[in-house]
Design a protein around this ligand. Structure first.
Ligand code: SF4
Length: 681
């Protein structure tokens, strides 16, 4: 990557070192932040980068950073917060989500891989040891993935006084030195039976230093761009100076001195990890502007005019999943352009789990994901397509699990205790996670598409546990808030009976469930709610009461029906003979329903002209009888009935009829007969 200027046959060549500037992890984080800005305002949890000019640029774009204060704040509008490339522990992500933040995870894939390995090692029962700086954000985050159980050491010597269990897993902060890590591994292998070595060191820093070192030997001026307090920039400067090449460290273009350029033929440029491409580009432009010679040719290996410039140069580590373009398909292998010096190779056995014609799987020109396996003896990068597919899928599921993203998958089988869904791997939805309410028959879901959240993911076992209920619950809570605002006591709403209990029914009135108590189902006596409603019934209900504190709503059906007591005085005047059904007997009398909602009481003393000691001698439940209204109090909702009076009235009429005949024959009046009876008494 170089630009060349010509003047009168004299070339001024500017060479930009490989791997100069942002590493891929930092570049990815900045890119994600800028992309997200298009949708919403964004803040980063901690500074995205240690470069004041880049920070100023990001702030101008609207990307601000915050730290602890974000963790203590609640985001009302679901603003976005970006997790920078260092990563954080799972608790912090969960806490941010709980507080309503939309989390964008820009954790560097290398760091992510280290987090995963540490977490898995803990699950497998290893004591995790991390080589690194315990105050560094990446190490704090890594340790959090081991539930804060990992031991952090700055070198193997820190372990001398620690009693270790027989089984340890060891990994390093991604920017640690390989040699230091190897020392630690050797020490552990010397004292323990089982040492699991997890390769987590990222080679970005080494590659940047190696490239700067190589370039410094070929140029007569080296410009090192980066922060004066940045250790990796200073290291680059040291390397260049140690090679006796004329070297200058500059933080920004304003520090460039045109004198440095005089009589130079080849100028090399490298940059620290926090230096964005646009600053490198500015330096190149200043060199061109301050070059009095005529510029003849500009030739670049890296396009400094592009945003995708320096960082598109690839380095490959085993286990990396990268994108590439299929350039050739042979009978035994597939060649893929992965942006390296030469094409990567997918051997046939790494294309699919069974032997197939490669053209059935990929086609020339197709962009695919591949996993880096190793380098063969000829220096070719060996790739696996099949592993990348499963890894890509597992990554997507893991991301969905962390972000709470909803995924859709078909139900393939109903099994004991739940449902199996096809999410690319075996997904299990426990019965309790199928719906917000209990589902008696899961077969209704067979072949249906479910929208679910990932609850658990077992990468090594390739299994996931999912929940449709979590999605429904979240939607329910959202709707609940909106519907809650609209509700008023006395309001009539359309509802659907969701569940029946012994004491009533739960009715969905537009996203919220209210209780329709059995006593509110009808004016008459209901012993079982199922007599009135069934699950799934669409009904109209009236809101009786809203309790916003307990979040409870009481509903009524009978409130929509006219109260029968309202005209009971006209319908049931004293003396009226009514027909009713015995609905209940008690030791003191029987309740007779004269219409739904009006039960009259026939007291035991009013059941017969004869003395009654047990109500059931005279009446039984379900029996239809005639009775006379002897009292009607609509205020107290009391209707007193008498069977005895009917019998007495009949006798009286019969007696009157009889006396009428006697009067006719003897001329004696009824009054005289009663008087006669009274005297006898
Ligand atoms: S792990 Fe490597 S690529 Fe990732 S942020 Fe750190 S230095 Fe950059």
């Amino acid at each position: 990557m170089f630009s060349t200027c010509v003047n009168g046959g004299v070339f001024l060549k500017v060479i930009i070192a490989e791997y100069a500037g942002f590493c891929s992890g930092v570049k990815r984080a900045v890119q994600l932040a800028e992309d997200s800005l298009e949708k919403q305002p964004i803040r980063s949890l901690g500074p995205l980068i240690h470069n004041s000019q880049e920070i100023a640029r990001l702030q101008r774009l609207g990307i601000h950073s915050g730290d602890e204060e974000i963790l203590s704040q609640t985001s009302e509008k679901g603003e976005a917060v970006l997790i920078r490339s260092h990563g954080v522990g799972p608790q912090i992500i969960a806490e941010l989500k709980d507080r309503g933040w939309h989390v964008i995870d820009a954790t560097c894939p290398y760091v992510k891989k280290a987090q995963k390995l540490a977490q898995e090692a803990l699950k497998e029962g290893y004591q995790v040891i991390i080589l690194g700086n315990k105050e560094h954000a990446e190490v704090k985050g890594l340790r959090a993935w081991t539930k804060d159980t990992a031991i952090v050491v700055a070198s193997w010597e820190d372990l001398k006084d620690i009693n270790l269990p027989p089984k340890v897993a060891v990994l390093a902060q991604t920017t640690e030195k390989e040699a230091k890590f190897n020392e630690l591994v050797s020490y552990l292998q010397g004292i323990l039976d089982e040492v699991k070595v997890l390769k987590t060191i990222c080679t970005a820093t080494q590659q940047r230093q190696k490239a700067a070192q190589e370039l410094a030997t070929k140029v007569d001026l080296m410009l090192i761009i980066g922060g004066r307090h940045s250790s990796n920039t200073n290291k680059l400067w040291q390397i260049c100076k140690s090679l006796n090449v004329n070297s200058h460290l500059i933080e920004e273009v304003g520090e460039m001195n045109p004198e440095w350029l005089k009589n130079k033929e080849i100028i090399g440029i490298t940059a620290g990890a926090s230096t964005p491409a646009w600053i490198i580009k500015e330096v190149v432009m200043i060199i061109e502007e301050n070059n009095e010679k005529e510029v003849g040719i500009i030739e670049e290996q890296i396009d400094v005019n592009s945003n995708d410039d320096l960082l598109e140069l690839k380095s490959f580590n085993p286990g990396d999943v990268i994108k590439g373009k299929v350039v050739k398909i042979n009978a035994e292998e597939v060649l893929v352009d992965i942006g390296g010096k030469s094409e990567g190779i997918i051997p046939l056995e790494e294309l699919a789990y069974k032997r197939v014609d490669p053209k059935e799987i990929v086609s020339e020109g197709q962009e695919i994901s591949v996993e880096v396996l190793n380098e063969d003896k000829d220096g070719n990068i060996v790739l696996s397509y099949k592993k990348a597919q499963i890894e890509e899928l597992l990554d997507k599921l893991e991301q969905a699990k962390e972000s709470g993203e909803i995924i859709t998958a078909p139900v393939i089988e109903i099994v004991k205790g739940g449902i199996l869904v096809d999410v690319g791997i075996r997904g299990f939805v426990p019965a309790s996670q199928v719906d917000r309410n209990f589902v008696a028959d899961l077969n209704q879901y067979l072949n249906q598409e479910l929208r679910m959240k990932v609850l658990e993911l077992d990468r090594s076992g390739r299994k996931a546990v999912l929940s449709q209920r979590a999605v429904l619950e979240e939607e329910y809570q959202k709707i609940k808030g909106e519907v809650w605002e609209q509700l008023k006591e006395g309001q009539v709403r359309q509802g659907k009976v969701m569940r029946i209990a012994t004491f009533g029914a739960f009715v969905d009135i537009g996203g919220i469930d209210g209780l329709l108590h059995v006593s509110e189902m009808a004016w008459g006596h209901i012993s079982n709610p199922a007599e009135v409603v069934a699950e799934g019934d669409e009904i109209e209900v009236i809101i009786l009461k809203i309790d916003p504190i307990k979040q409870k709503i009481s509903l009524s059906l009978k409130g929509l029906i006219k109260n029968p007591w309202e005209n009971a005085i006209e319908k049931y005047p004293i003396g009226k003979i009514v027909t009713g059904r015995v609905v209940r007997v008690a030791p003191f009398g029987a309740f007779i329903e004269v219409e739904p909602g009006i039960d009259g009481l026939a007291h035991i003393s009013q059941l017969s002209q004869n003395r009654v000691s047990n109500v059931e001698e005279v009446l039984s439940v379900g029996q239809t009888v005639e009775a006379k209204v002897i009292e009607n109090d609509p205020v107290k909702k009391r209707l007193s009935l008498s069977l005895k009076e009917i019998a007495t009235d009949i006798e009286k009429v019969e007696y009157e009829n009889y006396l009428g005949k006697r009067e006719e024959s003897s001329g004696v009046t009824i009054g005289e007969i009663l008087k006669e009876i009274g005297q006898k008494l």
